[in-house]
Design a protein around this ligand. Sequence first.
Ligand SMILES: [Zn+2]
Length: 90
Amino acid sequence: MPTFKIGFEFEAYCEVCGAGMCGEVHTIDSSARRGVPIIRISPCPVCEEARADEIAFLEKRSREKSERITELENEIQTLKRDLYYAQLPI
Ligand SMILES: [Zn+2]
């Protein structure tokens, strides 16, 4: 049975940030198993970069908070020691 291949153009944009995604879209005329066109879309590079930046920011904040916890734990130990010596009989 004769068939027509009908091509059409379309544009793609990231739903999250609105960046153009045409460079991230790859089309395949048909899949081997189902015979239907396939569109493969890579993750949005703008969102991926923003995500990497947010992860780096959160990792930095986590390190800073961990350092602060260590400082406070050391301060508590110092206060407990000072309290102990202050309560010794004169
Ligand atoms: Zn995006």
